[in-house]
Design a protein around this ligand. Structure first.
Ligand code: SIN
Length: 288
């Protein structure tokens, strides 16, 4: 039977219907899923009531998994391959360190020299309303730029910083942000990244980019803001409304995403992510 897909939006995404990721899957079937992943940028699997071991096992089909050394505070205590994204308080009652994870437009691990190939986020608990995630196609973002702009940005490198600075400044997450900066020095990534498997060009920007290498922050800011605004135009975006037991897989090499704070913070939002390692990209810079 051919793989049954249902497109999620004009820009990107498809739901994979009638697949249970916890069941044995032939190489052929997984190959079809992987081709759909490359073609659509994000894949949704609904109703996956699986164990953490099954989440890790299915994720491994996409490639070697990150053990999240770059984000030690957010690792699941028993499963280093699982990253917690949760506002459930810690056992001692203190607020979760990961409650604001992903609130900026970003592509996972862009602040490292092995940015992620893809991520698989599983939804456990979602607020009554909201807690959505936005995804943007970085292929469309690049392809719709003018030739002049394509020429201007062709050789630029954006310096990516770890941590969610805007939010850390406003809350108690300062220690976490400082730890992340200590572990992860700034990394310059090409602004135009060629996808290693499809060969298509993608606009690799986001809100973690502080400035362009060789330029000041003041000089860089207007262009960074323009590119981020362009990349996240509604026509390039899919908004996912989560249900418990959704698994969403996204390709970090040609999409970026943002978790929205559009919900009542007194309600629980608990997600768990595996992160597939990517190929080397970018270089460390001494000073951001
Ligand atoms: C992430 O950025 O990995 C988390 C996204 C989300 O929680 O929706």
């Amino acid at each position: 039977m051919p793989l049954k897909l249902r497109r999620l939006s004009h820009a990107l995404g498809a739901e994979v219907c009638e697949v249970d990721v916890s069941r044995p899957m032939s190489e052929t079937r997984f190959g079809e899923i992987y081709q759909a992943f490359l073609a659509h940028g994000i894949l949704l699997f609904r109703n996956q009531d699986i164990t953490r071991e099954q989440h890790v096992e299915f994720s491994r089909r996409f490639g070697e998994l990150d053990r999240h050394e770059a984000l030690p505070r957010d690792r699941h205590p028993k499963y280093p391959e699982i990253l917690l994204v949760t506002n459930e308080p810690n056992p001692d009652g203190t607020p979760s360190d990961s409650r604001y994870t992903g609130r900026q437009w970003h592509s996972d691990m862009s602040f490292t020299t092995s940015p992620s190939l893809g991520s698989l986020l599983r939804c456990f608990t979602i607020p009554e309303v909201g807690g959505d995630t936005l995804f943007a196609s970085m292929y469309l973002a690049y392809e719709t730029l003018s030739d002049g702009m394509k020429k201007l940005i062709a050789d630029l490198h954006g310096i990516h910083l770890s941590g969610t600075r805007k939010i850390a400044n406003a809350t108690t997450g300062i220690a976490r942000a400082e730890e992340q900066r200590r572990i992860n020095p700034p990394v310059a990534q090409p602004v135009v990244r060629v996808h290693p498997e499809t060969g298509r060009k993608a606009l690799y920007v986001g809100e973690k980019v502080k400035r362009f290498d060789g330029m000041t922050e003041e000089e860089s800011r207007p262009l960074i803001d323009y590119l981020n605004g362009h990349a996240t135009r509604p026509e390039f975006v899919y908004r996912h409304q989560w249900r418990a037991n959704d698994i969403l897989v996204w390709d970090n090499r040609c999409t970026m995403h943002q978790a929205l704070g559009d919900f009542d913070e007194s309600q629980r939002r608990h997600m768990e992510r595996t992160t597939v390692l990517g190929t080397p990209s970018g270089y460390v810079v001494a000073d951001a």
